[in-house]
Design a protein around this ligand. Structure first.
Ligand code: PMV
Length: 362
């Protein structure tokens, strides 16, 4: 139990709440792969918060007649009842009970929608849990108005993490760091922190085009993937490498060294997939089109000297990263040369964004 985020319920609760918030997806540059306990990461990770790929959630709470009544939870995705989401939310509410004790006094209905298609292969868990956590901390602000914005964002990241690890990084904007790092004093395993101080301007508006290579469900869930790092023959070396990569990346971020940034980011993506390929059981999440695209990126970069690189999350989709300055040329090249490798020729242009937002409360 983490004392810092416990909430003392002393006041009478309002009859109802209606809160709306949104949170974006994020893409890790240094990857989180391997955890213990409840989303305690085995290494520090660092991500870009995105802007266009986001979830907006309206949380409606209605006071129960008796606290002992079973909490009714309803979930609507794009205004359609989606009972399949209920068990995950129920589990999440149960887990966060010590930190959000007011919740058990309410029935909840959650109306959520994503800007990206459900079947895009883009995980909605980071943005979804981020948006829900931001709704919850808004309730706390109502109950305890003296809580600072900083406290609220920290708690939102803490709660989002309990829902889905990488969701901790979907609250703040720009570059976000999660997981204790020996050289970064404020870093924590419990919540993510913004990591924008001293970052060169080239990285503040970086572009990310998500090439949707495979729009299906992941064949291997990230929970299973993380668990396969337990007893993995290369686990300890990988966790140590990630810590070093954070330190190294920090120097490139400060100096604006795009070339070395790209080398490190691509190496992180391939290392993540290499870990998957040599876990027991082993598995491959890249598709043949993922490799085709990677080779095209390398050729384009060699021929044009335009700095573009790729990263991957736990799936076949490719995130193409490039400085804003090259947006027109790169997007034109994607349309002519990469689109055909995407399922239904689909891709999403995104960029570094500002993080989650409180939208309204009544
Ligand atoms: O948050 P989870 O449990 O879905 O894990 C995310 C893992 C990666 O996307 C592969 C890496 C990361 O740091 O986001």
């Amino acid at each position: 139990m983490t004392e810092e985020f416990k909430f003392q319920l002393t006041q009478n609760l309002p009859q109802e709440f209606s809160i709306k918030a949104s949170a974006p997806s994020n893409i890790a540059l240094v990857k989180y792969w391997g955890k213990e306990d409840i989303q305690i990461p085995k290494n520090t990770s660092l991500s870009f918060t995105l802007s266009n790929c986001k979830t907006t959630t309206l949380l409606k709470l209605e006071l129960k007649n008796k606290a002992s009544d079973e909490t009714q939870i309803q979930v609507f995705l794009d205004e359609e009842k989606t009972p399949s989401f209920i068990p995950k939310i129920q589990k999440f509410f149960h887990l966060i009970d010590p930190y959000c004790p007011y919740l058990k006094h309410y029935h909840a209905s959650i109306h959520t929608s994503n800007t990206f298609p459900h079947s895009s292969g883009i995980a909605s868990s980071a943005s979804g849990m981020g948006a829900l956590a931001l709704c919850l901390v808004q309730i706390e602000k109502q109950l305890q108005p003296n809580l600072s914005l900083d406290d609220l964002r920290k708690k939102a990241s803490f709660l989002a993490r309990l829902g889905s690890g990488s969701a901790a990084r979907s609250i703040d904007g720009g570059l976000v760091l999660w997981g204790k790092h020996q050289k970064i004093k404020e870093s924590s395993d419990l919540f993510a922190i913004p990591f924008n101080d001293g970052v060169h301007p080239v990285f503040t508006d970086f572009q990310d085009t998500v090439l949707l290579i495979d729009r299906g469900q992941k064949q291997v869930s990230s929970s299973l993937g993380h668990s396969l790092m337990n007893g993995h023959p290369f686990a300890e070396a990988r966790f140590a490498q990630a810590q070093d990569n954070i330190t190294e990346l920090q120097t490139y971020l400060a100096s604006g060294n795009v070339k070395e940034f790209m080398r490190l980011v691509e190496s992180e993506a391939l290392t993540l997939h290499a870990m998957m390929m040599c876990s027991r059981p082993y598995f491959i999440l890249m598709a043949s089109q993922t490799l085709e695209v990677i080779h095209k990126i390398w050729n384009f970069r060699d021929e044009t000297k335009i700095p573009v690189c790729f990263t991957l999350d736990a799936g076949a989709n490719v995130h193409l990263l490039y400085p804003r300055k090259y947006k027109a040329e790169v997007q034109n090249w994607i349309d002519k040369n990469l689109k055909q490798h995407c399922q239904d020729k689909a891709y999403i242009h995104d960029e570094v964004g500002k993080g989650g937002e409180f939208l309204e409360i009544s």
